[in-house]
Design a protein around this ligand. Structure first.
Ligand code: SIN
Length: 340
């Protein structure tokens, strides 16, 4: 059985085999023979914008430290999935993560869920304005409340809807069970469209689609393609209705335990890798669309302007609900940042 689907007792055995005890207390980073190993977990494959950017980070760190700092990447939910990776970071069983921004909502940062608002961003330029500006810095700094250090933002790209039928207008969503990541905003978006949201870990999504536990989902095409969801979804509709991006975080104790020189080296390597990742993300999604078209497994639909407008109007209420939850000040700051 792949570790991705392994029950928790097996995961514990994997941890023990890696020299990581069961998770009661924060642990220092793994050090052996003077080499520090940074353990970094994520849920997508290596051939995605996130997988590639984090591989670049690893390469830069290992080259520049001449092997004194290593980065062990556990990709594709091979060690932790969505359900347990945040807890693993808090416990010190892993040192760094790069979760979707929306997933910070459930651990006490509902303002991060604003990134999942449907039809919020119109362009990559707007995304950069928010992430690289004062608001982005404020969001990263706020992670200190949960003993995390926010190290930077990374793009995947715009999400599209898939199912075994076209999803061009709200009528098409009625009654469908749609997988969502753990975000109240995204669940609300699906309800507003007439679908039933089903909260599932990313690593379980393809199997749930294949077995009919859920009917459809939303993804940037790079995630859809690299999880082979095209083999189990007959239709992809290019709704471009939402954004998927990530924050790279470390546990505060781990970060503080790095000697200053190594911390600077790691921070600089990450800054460069994320900047590079943000330049290749769109191309990765474009390439995945080309590959998807060539595979001929999945019909691809393009909503026209009036269909897209109907989708946008249907999800308008999601903004009001989030604004009530996080307060008008955040939403005003977000809008100001978008249009700065
Ligand atoms: C990811 O790209 O990290 C996963 C996003 C999702 O859960 O849909």
């Amino acid at each position: 059985m792949s570790p991705r689907f392994a029950p928790s007792f097996t995961r514990r055995h994997v941890l023990q085999a890696l020299g990581v005890a069961a998770l009661p207390a924060a642990q220092p980073p793994v050090r052996a023979a003077g080499v520090v190993t940074i353990r970094l977990s994520h849920v997508v494959t290596q051939q995605t914008p996130k997988g590639l950017a984090l591989q670049r980070f690893k390469d830069l760190v290992e080259q520049r430290s001449a092997g004194a700092v290593r980065v062990a990447i556990y990709a594709n939910s091979s060690l932790y999935g969505d359900a347990d990776e945040m807890q693993a970071l808090q416990m010190g069983a892993i040192d760094m993560l790069a979760p979707s921004l929306s997933k910070f909502g459930r651990i006490g940062f509902p303002e991060f869920e604003a990134f999942g608002l449907p039809f919020l961003f119109e362009s990559a330029t707007q995304i950069r304005k928010v992430c690289d500006g004062a608001l982005g810095n404020r969001l990263l700094a706020s992670l200190g409340r949960q003993r995390m250090v926010g190290l930077g933002f990374l793009d995947n790209g715009f999400k599209h809807m898939s199912a075994n039928r076209p999803l061009l207008t709200p009528d098409d969503y009625r009654g469908l069970r749609m997988r969502v990541q753990d975000s109240r905003v995204i669940a609300h978006q699906m309800r507003a469209l007439g679908a039933q949201p089903v909260n599932l870990s990313f690593g379980e999504t393809r199997r749930a689609l294949a077995s009919g536990v859920v009917d459809g989902t939303e993804n940037p095409i790079s995630n859809f393609w690299t999880q082979r969801m095209h083999e189990v979804q007959t239709d992809l509709t290019l709704t471009q209705h939402g954004y998927l991006g990530y924050a790279v975080v470390a546990h505060r104790d781990f970060w503080g335990s790095l000697p200053a020189g190594q911390r600077t080296l790691v921070q600089e390597a990450l800054r460069e890798a994320l900047a590079w990742g943000n330049t290749i993300a769109q191309q990765e999604n474009d390439d995945a669309l080309v590959a998807l078209r060539a595979s001929r497994t999945t019909r691809i639909h393009q909503p026209d302007a009036s269909q897209r407008e109907r989708l946008r109007l249907a999800v308008g209420e999601v903004y009001d609900t989030l604004e009530k939850r996080i307060g008008g000040e955040w939403m005003r700051a977000l809008r100001a940042s978008l249009h700065s």
